[in-house]
Ligand binder design. Structure first.
Ligand code: AMP
Ligand code: ZN
Length: 470
């Protein structure tokens, strides 16, 4: 299995540090508003990476944080006459609501910065003790000059960075080098704060991830992930802090998803060109958003549009209809055993699995993996048309289950109607069959119309009546 490592800028064989186990950290959202679909991309992409690793037999410990201390949260709290805690609790709940809708599995741990203060203060102390950090008037800075490898992830040269930064207008005089960054900052009036050896204050942004990764996963982890905007400075700074404090490699593989764009510009709150997941979910089912994200390769940009969403919805329907059709044959076929021809074709079925795995093994190419699912759907539709045995329909269904499950898409249960609805539909179908038997076609047609009005399409087949939503 190969994955593209931002650290080396190449695809590498994936070998976790401990056999059979993967430790993975994904930077989570700052919780001051609903997540937009740009934020949803790392959620869905790295959830899929995790699912595939689990499918391969790895035991994955997956950590995704919530940034619940930040200027943006404080500003919103002030505006709404609320508290930082109230705002972050509210949007953590909302983020979970969206993540659940997107079929993103809960992380093993979802740490929050406010609950990690002791660890943060401890790491800042260590950095000062080891000579990697200095304090000035209640502010603690990381001394980038002390970490010669600074820039190794973003491939930036420290001296050039320093020269570039000094040309900018605002220069923080207390910093030794313009590239130094804040680990701890002093309290401002009216802001939440914690007691530290450098006075009342709160942590800078970058230190939190170094601390939470160490706390929940250990000093060296296998995969660290996030959106590509985090490569510099956030992830570069995380490496500097963690490797300076712990004296060992922080993360072996660095994975970054590309942007979701609108008119080819990054979707972001600051540009105002964003759509929240909640807004889009009012127009398309959540699962279409997930499918839309997985239709592209995670490192390529995706330009968001309604047309593309619509195309994804149609594609998803195709997959789900094939699955419903298979479910129908499994339920109603009289012939249970594989025919001779089917026995020959079983090998073809295995080929789809191989192709799917080959795509996923090649840096999680979900775009190609989705194409394999479409091909399997085509295969299924042809097989069903010619008549299938129960066992064969079951085998195709199992394969679809298998592959869709890895991507977390087209799961039938999401579309399931309530039991009450199902009972009513089946009762009407049975009544219609009786009416037809009694040659009472007026009643039979009336029942069909009633079902149509309920959004149910019916199809008469040799095996009985098949019904679909829509
Ligand atoms: P933020 O709340 O802005 O820190 O972002 C949370 C996560 O979403 C990070 O991993 C970002 O890199 C990612 N992200 C933000 N905007 C986009 C976008 N337009 N496309 C893809 N990923 C994004
Ligand atoms: Zn982070």
């Amino acid at each position: 299995m190969k994955l593209y490592n931002t650290l080396t800028r190449q695809k590498e064989e994936f070998i976790p540090r401990e056999e059979g186990k993967v430790k993975m950290y994904v930077c989570g959202p700052t919780v001051y508003d609903y997540i937009h679909i740009g934020n949803a991309r790392p959620y869905v992409v790295f959830d899929t990476v995790r699912r595939y690793l689990e499918y391969k037999g790895y035991e994955v410990t997956y950590v995704q944080n919530f940034t619940d201390v930040d200027d943006k949260i404080i500003n919103r709290a002030n505006k709404e006459n609320s508290t930082m805690q109230e705002i972050s609790n509210r949007f953590i709940e909302e983020a979970f609501h969206d993540a659940d809708g997107l079929n993103v599995k809960r992380a093993t741990v979802h740490p929050r910065v406010t609950q990690e203060m002791d660890g943060i203060i401890e790491m800042v102390k260590t950095l000062i003790d080891k000579g990697f950090a200095y304090e000035d008037n209640g502010t603690v800075y990381f001394d980038t000059k002390q970490f010669p490898e600074y820039g190794k992830l973003s491939k930036k040269n420290l001296d050039e960075l320093i020269a570039g930064a000094s040309e900018r207008v605002t220069v923080d005089d207390a910093k030794k080098n313009s590239t130094d960054f804040v680990l701890w900052k002093p309290k401002k009036e009216g802001e939440p704060s914690w007691t530290s050896p450098w006075g009342e204050g709160r942590p800078g942004w970058h230190i939190e991830c170094s601390v939470m990764a160490k706390h929940h996963l250990g000093e060296t982890i296998d995969i660290h992930a996030g959106g590509e905007d985090l490569i510099f400075p956030h992830h570069e700074n995380e490496i500097a802090q963690s490797e300076a404090a712990n004296g060992c490699q922080f993360a072996k593989y660095w994975m970054h998803n590309g942007f979701i764009t609108v008119d080819n510009e990054k979707m972001s709150k600051s540009l105002g060109n964003f759509f929240t997941v909640r807004d889009i979910a009012a127009q398309f089912p959540y699962e279409v958003i997930r499918f839309f994200i997985l239709n592209g390769h995670y490192r390529s940009p995706i330009n968001f549009s309604r047309e593309l969403m619509q195309a994804c919805q149609n594609g998803l329907e195709r997959i789900k209809n094939a699955r419903k059709e298979l479910a129908f044959y499994i339920k109603n076929c009289a012939d249970t055993k594989l025919t001779e021809k089917e026995q020959e074709q079983i090998a073809d079925l295995e080929k789809y699995k191989e192709q799917f795995e080959a795509a996923m093994d090649d840096d999680f190419n979900t775009a190609d993996a989705v194409s394999v699912i479409y091909e399997l759907v085509r295969f299924s539709n042809i097989a069903v048309k010619g008549g299938v045995s129960k066992e064969y329909a079951q085998k195709i269904q199992d394969m679809l289950d298998h592959l869709c499950g890895v991507l977390g898409v087209a799961e039938l249960k999401e579309d399931a109607v309530s039991d009450e609805d199902t009972a009513k539909i089946e009762e009407l179908i049975a009544k219609r069959a009786e009416a037809k038997k009694a040659k009472d076609f007026a009643t039979a047609d009336a029942i069909r119309d009633e079902l149509t009005a309920m959004g149910i399409t019916i199809k008469d087949t040799r095996q009985g009546v098949q019904w679909f939503r829509g």
